[in-house]
Design a protein around this ligand. Structure first.
Ligand code: DC
Length: 235
């Protein structure tokens, strides 16, 4: 029996992957893997356990035994309610500090290995939309379509600024831009699974596009590259 289809959406933070993933999941009825959330959860779990974020062997242990659940959210901007060890942490993992911690633990090879199996277990019928940095290059190399969604650091910082402001968080645009640049540099220069498009990825730059235009462009790519019966798509 053939494996369920995977649509890989990779790219830097703030390029619009989350929104695109969510809308594709609604259109197709596919499951979602938010792999960035897993790295954020590892960082948070390690902090809660009082583990120094330089101690790779301890953090790898946290990753290998990560107790998480993603429950469909009934309201709000997030598609899921995220639980860590049975406790809700949906908003806590979305802070900029949690993103920086995630990027640190994500540079550790044994942490990435510890999460690989968990990520592949999300692949279930009728299919999966996988959002991350290495979905097409490492975790699902056989993905039916690989999209690398990107945008300039300035545009991404501005989008993130608006998102956090809307959530009532107190943030500075300049600090966000600096943090995005640092995170990009760390994600792209790490030795394992660095942030880069797969050789067979389709690259989409969303800098000058509205969210609607990004969704349209992505949907066009999916329709052109994924051969599914019309009945497989939710109306
Ligand atoms: O997508 P995000 O902002 O939630 O990801 C948080 C961090 O996790 C990001 O800086 C890089 C890392 N990450 C990764 O290395 N590999 C993934 N597949 C997803 C995220």
């Amino acid at each position: 029996m053939s494996k369920p289809i995977v649509i890989a959406i990779d790219g830097p933070s703030g390029a619009g992957k989350g929104a695109v993933t969510h809308s594709l999941a609604i259109k197709t009825g596919f499951h979602i893997l938010d792999s960035g959330a897993l790295y954020r959860l590892v960082g948070l779990a390690a902090r809660r356990d009082g583990i120094d974020l330089d101690r790779e062997e301890h953090i790898a242990d946290v990753a290998a035994h990560l107790e998480v659940a993603f429950l469909p959210a009934s309201s709000g901007p997030e598609p899921f309610q995220v639980l860590l060890r049975g406790q809700e942490v949906t908003d806590e993992i979305r802070t900029d500090a949690a993103g920086v911690d995630a990027s640190r633990v994500a540079s550790m090879p044994s942490v990435r290995d510890g999460l690989a199996q968990l990520q592949r277990a999300f692949r279930k019928a009728p299919g999966l939309i996988a959002d991350g940095r290495d979905m097409g290059t490492v975790i699902f190399t056989d993905a039916a379509v690989k999209i690398f969604l990107t945008a300039s650091a300035e545009v991404r910082a501005e989008r993130r600024y608006k998102q956090l402001k809307n959530k009532g968080m107190d943030v500075s645009l300049a600090a966000l831009l600096e943090s995005i640049r640092e995170r990009d540099a760390r994600d792209a220069s790490r030795l394992v699974a660095p942030l880069k498009p797969a050789e067979d990825a389709i690259i989409l730059d969303s800098s000058a596009l509205s969210l609607d235009a990004v969704h349209e462009a992505v949907w066009e790519v999916v329709e052109q590259n994924v051969s599914l019966g019309a009945n497989s798509f939710a109306e």
